[in-house]
Design a protein around this ligand. Structure first.
Ligand SMILES: Cc1cc2nc3c(=O)[nH]c(=O)nc-3n(C[C@H](O)[C@H](O)[C@H](O)COP(=O)(O)OP(=O)(O)OC[C@H]3O[C@@H](n4cnc5c(N)ncnc54)[C@H](O)[C@@H]3O)c2cc1C
Ligand code: FES
Length: 297
């Protein structure tokens, strides 16, 4: 597992400025926040907590976690802002979707362990279900050697992957968000929809099964999405002997290890499950360490 950065390194931003908050697909928004320091430090697979309380209120009280989508730079190459992409689900994301450029939101991060270095020199497959594609734009750029995230002095450059492909499943075509961003970054995209309105008719796990059937052996599979999809990906990769990490999306209250609202059973070296905080020890875990028989993720 990648080593988690110390929570004390997370930056608290009680009034970060919203630069953009644009609907990019049905109920799906891309939010850009000005913060050069978070933008400079954050790594693919890490996340930030964002809280958008209505003017003059504390509602909602808790922040909501969102994965890094991408980082923007000025003309001299200095990081200036970062983006997350979110689907409106309930109160927190609905409130966030009402923020306009110039509004302020509370942000804390970077949080969590991130995906770690490229498994190069083979290929990488990213499997996303629903809004699970969001961590893979930055990850693909990083592993393909097209962008650098975080402090370059923290790690040497790993061998890049030869190719990266996103297998992207959504319920219906209107929910597809950011396909052009991935293609522009040199990440191949294959789509599956539950209703057949775009790409392959069926679940995204079928795209992965087809690749294995055809003899594809990626250096690594990384998955993010609903737990049943993750469990399916874990089963398939294990059956074909391919390394797989998953990024879990448990409910979180604090995001930095203090409240234990996000714990999930993780199998230890002796095969027994022990509870781990997804916000600190995760959100990225080896798929074969997640206890898929228990319903807390
Ligand atoms: C590390 C991490 C990264 C994430 N990255 C993204 C991202 O990039 N984009 C994105 O859109 N979302 C992401 N999520 C999920 C996102 O945080 C939730 O969708 C959000 O917190 C919902 O908040 P809400 O106030 O709108 O919904 P709430 O009002 O809190 O919940 C509405 C309903 O949805 C259910 N629900 C809410 N969150 C979850 C969850 N995580 N799992 C299962 N059911 C849930 C609740 O039980 C409730 O029924 C991430 C989560 C984690 C842990
Ligand atoms: S969200 Fe508080 S400990 Fe993980």
């Amino acid at each position: 597992m990648s080593e988690a950065p110390s929570p004390s390194r997370a930056l608290m931003r009680p009034a970060a400025t919203v630069l953009e908050n644009q609907e990019v697909a049905r109920g799906t928004f891309r939010l850009r926040i000005a913060d050069p320091e978070i933008a400079r430090r954050i790594l693919p697979g890490q996340f930030v907590m964002v809280r958008a309380a209505a003017e003059g209120t504390d509602d909602p009280l808790l922040g909501r976690p969102f994965a890094l989508y991408d980082v923007q730079h000025d003309s001299s190459g200095k990081p200036t802002s970062f983006e997350v992409v979110y689907l409106v689900i309930g109160r927190g994301t609905d409130s966030l979707s009402r923020r306009r450029p110039g509004d302020r939101v509370d942000v804390w991060g970077p949080l969590g362990n991130g995906f770690g270095p490229s498994p190069g020199p083979g290929s990488a497959l990213f499997v996303a279900g629903g809004i699970g594609q969001t961590p893979f734009l930055a990850l693909g750029r990083d592993w393909l050697g097209k962008a650098t995230y975080g402090d370059p002095s923290d790690s040497g450059r790993a061998t890049t992957v030869s190719s990266a492909t996103l297998l992207y499943g959504v319920r219906s075509a209107g929910l597809l968000a950011g396909v052009e961003d991935f293609e522009r970054a040199g990440i191949g995209v294959e789509i599956a929809t539950d209703d057949g309105s775009a790409g392959r008719h069926g679940f995204v796990t079928q795209l992965l099964a087809d690749r294995f059937e055809a003899g594809d052996r990626p250096a690594k599979v990384v998955a993010c999405g609903p737990p049943p999809m993750l469990a399916g990906v874990a089963r398939l990769t294990q059956a074909h002997g391919v390394a797989c990490d998953v990024s879990l999306e448990n409910h979180m209250a604090c995001g930095f290890g203090a409240c234990f609202s996000c714990v999930t059973p993780i199998l230890q070296d002796d095969g027994r499950p022990d509870l781990r905080r997804v916000c600190v020890e995760g959100p990225v875990f080896p798929a074969d360490r997640v206890d898929w028989s228990r319903p807390s993720h």
